[in-house]
Design a protein around this ligand. Sequence first.
Ligand code: HEM
Length: 186
Amino acid sequence: MHRYTTTAIVLHWLIALLIVGTFTLGLVMTDIPGITPTKLKYFNWHKWAGVTVLLLAALRLLWRLFRHPPAYADEMPAWQRGASHGLHWLLYILMFAVPLSGYFYSLATGYPIVWFGVVELPVLIGPNPELKAVLKDAHYWLNMLLAALVALHVAAALKHLFVDRDGVMARMLPGLRLDSTPKEFP
Ligand code: HEM
């Protein structure tokens, strides 16, 4: 069995960390009542981290289009390959849809985004109260869908690691053994 390339592994874990951080910060900042300096600071950090996810997701998609992932193990049933493939593509779609909905929501509220306070990002739409309400809901529900699919993805990875013990987790986590360990010892 082969591993993913180092680039794919680095992008996977970097994006995973950033998504968990951005998601948590999103929940924390929207829970702060009123408008406070801390809340505004968190909003900025959230937007900068979210735009970073978008850029890294674009890099990752490019990499994925030109470098095929390692093949599934021969003994993996067809339904599992289909489910895994489908879930991975849904996650790719959400890696774009979630930050883009946040980006356009921010623009619809009339706040342009200055990435890390330095790079002014394109103002593609002007302030728009109707669109603002739709995009706020879209950003929330796309996030909930992302959270549910990430939970499924993690559960599947843990099943491979602890139940099937088939080396699938090691393809994305250097340090683990790639060869399969027998389920029962003689
Ligand atoms: C992976 C990327 C992202 C994740 C995981 C994420 C996650 C979240 C979450 C969980 C919330 C709280 C939703 C709620 O409870 O109402 C939120 C709110 C928000 N996000 Fe994001 N977000 C991402 C990217 C972005 C980007 C790129 C922007 C803008 C450039 C952005 C702008 C906002 C804003 C302005 C809110 C506050 C919504 C409100 O006013 O209630 N987000 N985000």
